[in-house]
Design a protein around this ligand. Structure first.
Ligand code: FAD
Length: 372
C-alpha cells in the first residue's frame, strides 16, 4: 500500500463527489432519489474496495482509507455515505467468510459496485446484544436452508440487488447468507416515509420459504460465532466515516456563518475549534483501530467506545452548525437542517447510541466481575 495510491484515489473520489453527488444532495433528501449511477461510478473507482485485496477485485489500501472515502461522500451527503458504508460492509462480510464459493461468487462484483448490496444485520446484532428477538428463522433441507420471517427496514436493496442477512436455525445456532432481491418467496415492500435518508432505497424484506443454497451461506451455525466476532469491529468502525463526513460538512457551515455573524456566534457552546479538535482526536483513534479491525486484534470495547464518541460528536457538530447558521440554516434548501437529520440517523442506526451504551455497560460489568 502506498501513500501516493491513497492520495490519488481519494482525490478522484472527492472530484466525483463534487461533480456527481453534491448537485443531487437536495433531491436525494427531499425527493428520495436513489443515487444508483453515482454508486456504480464510485464502485468503478474503488470506492467500496479499499479494504479488499486485489485478488478479489479490490484496491487494497486498507479500512482506514475506506473510512476516508465514506467521510468524503458524507461531507456532501450523509445518506449516500450510509449507502457507501452498506456496500463496502457487504464486501467486508464476504471477504471474511470462511466459504470460498460465496466469496468468489459475489465479492468482486460487490467490491466494484457492479452488484449493489444491502446489509440487513441490524436485527441480528441487536438480538445478540439482548435487545430484541431474531426475526428470520431457517430450517435445513439437505444442504440448503428454507428461510421465513421479515426484516422491517433494509437499505440499498432492490430486485436486482443482493442483501446479506442472518437467521436462526433453532438449536443449531445461526446462519449468515446472501440473497438476491428477486428470489422466489422474497417480497420487498416500501417503508412508511422517513424524515431523512429517503434516498437509501430502504425496504421491508418479507421471506416466505425462501431457499438459500449452501453456496450462498457466508457462515454456517458452527462458524457463526467466530465469524460475527471477526466482522463486527470493521462493521461498527466503518460507520464512523458517515459521522466524520457530517462533522466536516457542519464545520464548513460554521466557518461560512462566522464570516457574517461571528460577533454573536461566539456565544454558542460548541465553537469551530472545539469541534475540529474533537474530530481530529476521534479520527486518530479510529485510524489506530482500523488496522486492528483488519488483522482481527481489535478490542470490541475500544471499537464500541469510538463509535459512541463519534455519534455524540456528530450530533453536537450538526446542532452547532444549525445554531451558527440561524434561520438561514432552517430553510429547506440549507444543508444544515439536512445534516441535523442525518446526524440523528448516525445515532439511531444499529448500533444506536443507546445500544452502544448498553453493550459498553455489559462489557464493563463483565470485566469488573472478572476482576473482583
Ligand atoms: C432510514 C433507515 C434505514 C435503515 N437501514 C437499515 C439497514 O440497511 N439494515 C438494517 O439491518 N437496519 C436498518 N435500519 C434499522 C436500524 O438500524 C435500527 O435497528 C432500527 O432503527 C430500530 O432500532 P431502534 O433502536 O429504534 O430499536 P429499539 O427502540 O431498540 O427497539 C428494540 C426492540 O425492542 C422490542 N421491545 C419493545 N418492548 C420490549 C420489551 N418490553 N421487552 C423486550 N423487547 C421489547 C421492540 O419490538 C424492538 O424490536 C434502518 C433504519 C432507518 C430508520
Amino acid at each position: 500500500m502506498s501513500q501516493t495510491d491513497t492520495t490519488a484515489l481519494l482525490a478522484s473520489i472527492v472530484n466525483l463527489v463534487k461533480t456527481e453527488l453534491a448537485p443531487l444532495a437536495s433531491a436525494i433528501d427531499q425527493e428520495g432519489v436513489y443515487p444508483a449511477d453515482f454508486l456504480h461510478q464510485l464502485g468503478a473507482l474503488g470506492g467500496f474496495s479499499a479494504a479488499i485485496p486485489k485478488e478479489y477485485g479490490g484496491v487494497e489500501l486498507g479500512l482506514d482509507t475506506q473510512i476516508d472515502i465514506i467521510t468524503a461522500v458524507g461531507r456532501e451527503c450523509g445518506s449516500t455515505a450510509f449507502l457507501t458504508w452498506c456496500q463496502s460492509t457487504c464486501a467486508w462480510y464476504l471477504l471474511h467468510s470462511p466459504n470460498e464459493t460465496v466469496k468468489q461468487r459475489y465479492l468482486p462484483l460487490v467490491a466494484q459496485g457492479k452488484l449493489l448490496s444491502g446489509t440487513g444485520m441490524s436485527n441480528t446484532v441487536k438480538h445478540l446484544a439482548g435487545i430484541e428477538k431474531i426475526h428470520l428463522t431457517a430450517t435445513r433441507e439437505g444442504k440448503d436452508y428454507m428461510v421465513s420471517g421479515s426484516l422491517p427496514w433494509v437499505s440499498n436493496i432492490g430486485n436486482d440487488h443482493l442483501a446479506i442477512v442472518a437467521a436462526s436455525v433453532g438449536e443449531e445456532g445461526y446462519i449468515m447468507f446472501a440473497v438476491r432481491g428477486d428470489s422466489e418467496g422474497l417480497a420487498l415492500n416500501p417503508c412508511p416515509e422517513f424524515s431523512g435518508l429517503e434516498g437509501t432505497q430502504t425496504l421491508n424484506m418479507r421471506f416466505r420459504n425462501v431457499r438459500v443454497s449452501a453456496d450462498d451461506v457466508l457462515a454456517r451455525p458452527d462458524q457463526f460465532k467466530a465469524f460475527i466476532s471477526r466482522i463486527k469491529p470493521g462493521f461498527v468502525l466503518g460507520q464512523s466515516g458517515i459521522g466524520f463526513g457530517i462533522i466536516e460538512g457542519s464545520l464548513k457551515t460554521i466557518r461560512e456563518s462566522n464570516i457574517t455573524t461571528a460577533h454573536v456566534n461566539i456565544y454558542l457552546d460548541e465553537q469551530e475549534t472545539d469541534l475540529a479538535t474533537r474530530l481530529d482526536t476521534l479520527r486518530k483513534e479510529v485510524s489506530s483501530l482500523a488496522p486492528q479491525a483488519e488483522n482481527g486484534t481489535a478490542r470490541i470495547l475500544d471499537i464500541l467506545r469510538a463509535r459512541a464518541n463519534g455519534s455524540e460528536a456528530t450530533l453536537a457538530a450538526a446542532q452547532s452548525a444549525l445554531l451558527h447558521a440561524g434561520a438561514k440554516g432552517y430553510l429547506m434548501r440549507h444543508p444544515a437542517q439536512r445534516r441535523l437529520r442525518e446526524a440523528v440517523f448516525v445515532a439511531i442506526v444499529t448500533p444506536a447510541l443507546k445500544h452502544l451504551r448498553k453493550e459498553i455497560h455489559d462489557l464493563e460489568q463483565h470485566s469488573n466481575m472478572e476482576a473482583a
